[in-house]
Design a protein around this ligand. Structure first.
Ligand code: PQQ
Length: 677
């Protein structure tokens, strides 16, 4: 076999293929999850637990960005393709760390208002010399990998009147580029579309939830799904959700692709589907035929979702020996706090076990249905949901090592109280409904009383066969980065408090770390060029939690760091920010505070946080703004200077009087939390 491979390599070289093709298998990082199975397991083992202490920086690269960096870099033929916020693609020579080209799809900044969770992008796909990126405003762009020039562009959005966004990385399976979308917090109907990789022509589209029942169903799966929704809820008006904004994997042997679907929209089950029902295919793993997009099977992890429990978290395919039998499984740790093992040939439930404390369900029955806890649906009383809508695990990548048999992922709790909003009507925003002023439709009130659950963030190593945690590392805050695991038995993870850490994959012993310029949310990758193994990570604090909160005072522009054994490059200089004084000294009428609170909740809170309570993330907390800024808040709210950075223009939406009340809320809250002398 070795000789055959050598001959093949020689032939490829003779045919003019690049030397990289002849490199050892797995030397590059060719797709989002490393391979079609999404394992993020690099077979490279030059870097080991014994020598990882010698890991040093080789180069760093400035992404020239200030918002969340969530991209997994792709490395092919010695070139790294990585995205910055606003869906900007950078091509970098990995030998030198120098820029080859950038491609900016020029996302209209006003589109940021439609993004629930920061103007992020999770990366590109690279296939046969073409780089594919999906822009925040929903265009799929094919770019020539060598020149950085656009080849074609497709509008993937079916209805421009709806607030769709795209943050996910496209995947290429069987010469088709596949991309989903987001927007379920606002009210959209989720779907994914496949395009011919070469021509850009649409190949197929699959919807996750049924549309208007007065129209014909697109396919049988929609007819079946419609029976699980109550038409009196007029679910099609609010979209229904099920947006597929992150995970897709592929099994070439079974010829099945798998996609994780998002939460139902609006969040409140009773508000969208008053007669109940499971509301297929939200919060599910769905298997599709990659040639036709035809539905094959589904397993719904959260029937009748009521908590924003997206199932879009990374899926990983593996063959596991369970009860003595080798099973082809798909593994999943979605937002709802349970680790799932499902038979990927037919969708049969194998097992589920909670990986953090949860209070919405006490477990799963033999048929794979959750056993819900009384009161968890927050209908009569507010419910301190654990996990809450931030998820016990969000999009931050999971990895799986066939050597250790363990899955590695960041787990967390971000406390949040939900309460059904009985006054909700689709697109009829009322003050006090979370972010409804910019188009959100939750059907839920958030934090109508203070949460009592405790925040945490940790790295978990999980045995999917025994359904048991094997080791864990506590971090200082939630919202830590995704993971990479290598055949050298190392797990790499970046943290919210701005470090990149290497652990022994077997027992979690911390072996090496390097400071990062800011908090890390994306996942590292590993690859080999010219016989040298590299570890790279793209860093930039943000995402939904990172807009309003932070766990480090270090803050530099988005940066890619690349490490190798013996690397001697100096780390770039770190900038530190300072929390200004609490705002004060501006006159306001305390009688305006209550109304200002409701207006702030429905227009500002998920971007700017609670004034003086949160510290601000990649967006400023207004409780620490300069007094002049708050005094003249209308200059920022109406056609303000930050529109160029994505801040909405509230002209025609808020009145001068509204802004006066919002100021009173900011100033009143700052006064309330100011330490008394
Ligand atoms: N995106 C992030 C992020 O990038 O930090 C976090 C989340 C999203 C969530 O927690 C979501 O629930 C979420 N939901 C949707 C959706 O329902 O359509 C989309 C996205 C997204 O596209 O980023 C997120």
């Amino acid at each position: 076999a070795g000789a055959a491979r050598q001959t093949l390599s020689a032939m490829l070289l003779a045919l003019g293929a690049s030397a990289a093709l002849a490199a050892s298998p797995g030397a590059e990082w060719r797709s989002h999850g490393f391979d079609d199975a999404g394992t993020r397991f690099s077979p490279l083992k030059q870097i080991t637990p014994a020598n990882v202490k010698d890991l040093g920086l080789v180069w760093s690269y400035d992404l020239e960005s200030t918002r969340g960096v969530e991209a997994t870099p792709i490395v092919v033929d010695g070139v790294m393709y990585v995205t910055a916020p606003w869906s900007v693609v950078h091509a970098i020579d990995v030998r030198s760390g120098r820029r080859l080209w950038t491609y900016d799809p020029e996302v209209p900044r006003a589109h940021a208002k439609n993004a629930c969770c920061d103007v992020v992008n999770r990366g590109v796909a690279v296939h046969k010399g073409v780089v594919y990126v999906a822009s925040l405003d929903g265009r799929l762009v094919a770019i020539d990998a060598a020149s950085g020039k656009r080849r074609w562009e497709q509008d993937t959005i079916i209805d421009r009147a709806r607030p769709y966004t795209v943050t996910g990385a496209p995947r290429v399976f069987k010469d088709k580029v596949i991309i989903g979308n987001g927007g379920a917090e606002y009210g959209v109907r989720g779907y994914i579309t496949a395009y011919d990789a070469d021509s850009g022509r649409q190949a197929w589209r699959w919807f996750a939830v049924p549309g208007d029942p007065s129209q014909p169903f697109e396919d049988e799966s929609m007819a079946k799904a419609a029976k699980t929704w109550d038409p009196s809820g007029r679910y099609w008006e609010a979209g229904g959700g099920g947006t597929m904004w992150n995970s897709m994997v592929f099994d070439p042997e079974l010829n099945l692709m798998y996609v994780g679907t998002g939460n139902a929209s609006p969040w409140s089950h009773r508000q969208r589907s008053p007669g109940g029902g499971d509301n297929l295919y939200t919060a599910s793993i769905v298997a599709l035929d990659p040639d036709t997009g035809k539905y094959v099977w589904h397993y719904q992890e959260t029937p009748g979702d009521n908590w924003d429990y997206t199932s879009t978290q990374d899926l990983i395919l593996a063959d596991l020996r369970i009860d003595g039998k080798l099973r082809k499984v798909v593994m999943h740790a979605p937002k709802n706090g349970f680790f799932f093992v499902v038979d990927r040939t037919n969708g049969a439930f194998i097992s589920a076990k909670n990986f953090v404390p949860v209070n919405w369900a006490k477990g799963y029955d033999r048929n794979g249905r959750p056993i819900e806890m009384p009161g968890a649906r927050a209908v009569e009383e507010p419910f301190d949901a654990v996990p809450g809508p931030f998820g016990a695990h969000n999009w931050h990548s999971m990895s799986f090592s066939p050597q250790t048999g363990l899955a590695y992922f960041p787990a967390q709790n971000v406390p949040l109280v939900l309460a059904e909003d009985k006054t909700w009507r689709h697109n009829q925003a009322q003050a006090g409904q979370p972010m409804a002023g910019i188009g959100w439709n939750l059907g839920m009130q958030v934090n109508s009383r203070a949460p009592t659950s405790q925040p945490f963030g940790r790295l978990i190593a999980w045995d999917p066969v025994k359904q048991k945690e094997v080791w864990r590392k506590e971090h200082v805050s939630p919202w830590n980065g995704g993971t990479l695991v290598t055949a050298g038995n190392l797990v790499f993870q970046g943290t919210a408090d701005a470090r990149l850490i290497a652990y022994d994959a077997r027992d979690g012993k911390e072996l090496w770390s390097s400071p990062m310029g800011t908090g890390v949310i994306a996942a590292p990758v590993s690859y080999e060029v010219d016989g040298r193994q590299y570890v790279s990570i793209a860093v930039g604090w943000g995402g939904v939690y990172g807009q309003t909160q932070r766990a480090t005072e270090r803050n530099i522009p988005g940066t890619v760091y690349t490490f190798a054994l013996g690397g001697k490059a100096p780390l770039p200089e770190f900038a530190h920010r300072q929390l200004n004084a609490l705002v004060g000294g501006v006159a306001y009428d305390p009688a305006d505070v209550a109304a200002g609170t409701a207006l702030y909740v429905s227009n500002c809170v998920f971007c700017h946080g609670v004034p003086g309570v949160d510290k601000g993330g990649n967006l400023p907390n207004l409780g620490y703004s300069a007094p002049e800024t708050i005094e003249h808040l209308e200059r920022f709210v109406f056609k303000g200077p930050y529109m160029a950075r994505g801040m909405p223009d509230f002209s025609g939406h808020l009145s001068d009087e509204d802004v006066r009340k919002i100021k009173a809320f900011i100033l009143g809250t700052a006064d309330a939390v100011r330490p008394k002398k």
